[in-house]
Every structure is written in C-alpha cells, then in structure tokens.
Design a protein around this ligand. Structure first.
Ligand SMILES: [Zn+2]
Length: 416
C-alpha cells in the first residue's frame, strides 16, 4: 500500500524513487535481525533528510517558474497543500526552510549528501535570526559548519558553532536569551482597527493551532470550486477561522447566539450614502454617477446625522460597516434636537432594571462614555444607572437612565 498509488509518475527518476519507497514499505520489519533493522532505521532517517535537500532545490526552481501562479494559486504552499491534502501552514514552514537553504549552496549539497541534518541547519537558522548581520559571514564559513558536522557529535557541534558566533559578536549581545513573554495583548487603534499579539506556551499553542488549522481546512475545502480570485488569502482564511471559533464559543446549545458580536450605530444619511455608493447609484443633483470620492463621506462625529461608530463610540469607516449593514438585525433609534430618544422601548417603568433595548439606546446616546463629564474609563466598566435612584421612586425609563463606570456608580451609591 502506498500513498502514491493513485498516480503513476512520468519521469523515470520519480518512478524509481517511488518503486524504492514501495519496496522498503513492504519489508516485514518484525522479522528482521537487530542489525538489519538498525540499518533500515538509519537509512530511512538519512533518506528523509536528503529528500528535504532535494525538495529545497525543486522549490527554488518552482518559484523561479512561478508554478503556483500558473496553477491559479496565491502561493506555492497553498498549491502544494491543495494537491497533497495537507496543511498550508506546515507546508509554508517547509518552504521557508527551502528558501533559506538556497542561500547556502554548500550546506545544501551537504544535506543532500547526508553530511549535515535538518537539525544542524535549523540551529544555524536560529542563530542567524538572532543576529542578521551574521549572514555574509555564514556564507563564507559554510565549509567550517559542514566539517564540524561530520567530525563532531551534535551537542559539540552546537557548542563550536556557538563559539564561532561569539567570535563574530564579542559583546555577547547575540547570546542574550530572550525569555518569551506568554500572554495576549489587544490594542485598539484610533481608527478602530484591532491588533492582537499572542505568545503561547507550546501546549496552549498546539491546542490553538490544531483548532485553527482544522477550521482553516474546512474553509479551504469549501472553497474548492471557487475561482482563484474569489478564494481567501491564507491570512484572511486564518482570521475567518479564528472568528468562526470565537463565534462558536458564544453559541448556545440550541444553536442560537445570545448577543450580537458587534453593534454599530449608523445615521440614516450615512447608511443611504453607503448603499448608494455600493450599488453605483445616480446622483440626483448632477444626474451623473454618484461621486465616489472616498474623502467626501457624509460622516461627522459632532453631527447626529453623520454618525458611523461602534456602540462604544469608536468611529468606523462606513465601508467597514457595509457587510454588517446588509446582513445584521437593525433597530431604529430617532434622536431629537436635544439628543434624547423619541421612542421608549417597551418596558414597565417600575421594573428594577433597564431592558436590553433600553441599555443599547442609552449606550448609543452616551457614545459608550461614562455619564460623568471627562471620565474616560473603559466601555467594559459601564453599568446602567438610575439618575433618580430606583429606591427613591426613580422610573426605569430612558430619560432617567445613563451609563456610569463602575467606580462612579459605586461612589454615587455610597453617597446615598
Ligand atoms: Zn466614570
């Protein structure tokens, strides 16, 4: 049985290679003498290393020939992953190795001849990453690395290469071990873009990658019949996979979702303009095509008719709100000239708590800010406050509600 069985290679060298693998695969290893088994073990390992060297050569040539493009794929890793039903991310790391290796022809030849292993080369790559200026020196010293690999055991080889790098960098800056800082930082830019940086320990990271890879694979499979131009890029696919996993985390047992993921506040004027631009409408003033000047948007933070922002008050470019506008649930909110809502969502004025609808209206009116002027505490700290306390006959109606941050709300409660 061979994984290659479904297609016969046309080139004689490939046919021979496959025949060799098939023959080795059929050897009854359980019947071998210990010495024979050892020979198979070492040779199979050596072949595995050599094949990576050969692969690097083929990869380099495939890139020269723009092979992926000719097959209508974004990248070689996507192309290969599609053909072998593999994971484009792990293929991509193999290709990165191949590209790196191409810069060091003597090391490359030594890998193919079995004199150095992928382990040796990964060690060199890591050292080079920490010290990019080492590259020209490494190119000159390839002989030394190969000789040392042949004559030394791996740990001694690592020591001697470390010694070589130390001579290159006498300050010792190179050998500063940088401790990884595990954790996640989420930064929200003024534009509303969110940048997420994560560093995970190997176990958490593996679990994360497994889940993301599996989800990416599903998306990739679902794209099989699409034209290349309609397929997601690898980065977009990763993001979609992560969002799907997060969304699933929110899902209830019955398949429904407890809350929308994102709530946007968009003025009618902005929404109409956006739809008109998206559909290429005619401008009623000029009778010509709508002006698509991206800077001439009807948005104005200080105008109640020019709002396009998240419920937290972060301005959003209308183009980013187009898809949500088309697929999301909408709630109408009419704001009068005093900045108050003209319609009260259905509720009982004596009820202890504001309803979800009332909260959303109050947050939209307050633009995600605490009701105390000048307070900049984060959105996540906001709580709904009865301006006239509920205990003192304050009604649970919009005019009597405001968001307050938790510290201000508590301070107010303590005074009463
Ligand atoms: Zn506050």
């Amino acid at each position: 049985m061979s994984i290659f069985e479904h297609e016969a290679p046309t080139h004689p060298a490939l046919a021979e290679l496959r025949g060799g693998f098939d023959a080795v695969g059929e050897v009854p290893f359980s019947t071998l003498e210990v010495d024979e088994l050892n020979e198979f073990l070492i040779e199979a390992y050596r072949a595995q290393q050599q094949i990576k060297g050969v692969l690097a050569k083929i990869v380099h040539e495939s890139m020269n020939q723009q092979l992926a493009k000719r097959h209508g794929e974004h990248s070689l890793s996507v192309h290969i992953a599609g053909q072998v039903h593999g994971n484009s991310k792990s293929v991509a790391s193999e290709l990165a190795f191949a590209r790196w290796l191409h810069r060091f022809p003597e090391l490359h030849a030594a890998l193919i001849s079995g004199d150095v292993t992928v382990g040796h080369l990964n060690e060199l790559r890591q050292l080079e990453n920490k010290h990019p200026k080492a590259s020209p020196h490494m190119e000159r010293a390839q002989d030394f690395f190969v000789d040392a690999a042949i004559t030394l055991q791996f740990p001694q080889w690592v020591d001697s290469v470390g010694y070589w790098f130390k001579a290159l960098d006498p300050d010792g800056k190179l050998n500063d071990p940088t401790d990884p800082k595990y954790g996640t930082t989420i930064t929200k830019l003024a534009s509303g873009d969110v940048i997420v940086t994560m560093c995970m320990d190997p176990v958490t990271g593996e679990a994360y990658l497994t889940a993301v890879d599996a989800e990416e694979q599903k998306i990739f499979n679902a794209e099989a019949d699409l034209e290349p131009i309609d397929k997601l890029t690898p980065k977009q696919r990763t993001q979609t996979a992560i969002m799907r996993l997060i969304t699933r985390g929110f899902q209830k047992a019955d398949g429904s979702f407890p809350e929308p993921m994102v709530q946007l506040v968009m003025s009618e004027k902005v929404a109409e303009d956006l739809l008109a631009r998206a559909m290429g409408c005619i401008d009623p003033d000029t009778n010509g095509p709508m002006d698509f000047d991206p800077f001439d948007l009807p948005i104005d933070y200080d105008d109640v008719d020019g709002r396009c922002e998240t419920l937290q008050g972060t301005p959003v470019h209308p183009m980013h709100a187009l898809v949500p506008l088309l697929i999301s649930k909408m709630r109408r909110l009419v704001i009068d000239e005093y900045g108050q809502a003209t319609e009260e969502p259905k509720n009982a004025p004596t009820f202890r708590f504001f309803t979800k609808e009332q909260r959303q209206v109050l947050l939209a009116l307050a633009r995600g800010k605490c009701g105390i002027a000048g307070c900049n505490n984060p959105y996540a700290w906001l709580q709904m406050d009865h301006i006239q306390p509920h205990s003192k006959t304050g009604q649970t109606l919009l005019p009597n509600g405001q968001p307050l941050c938790q510290p201000h709300n508590k301070a107010k409660g303590d005074r009463e």
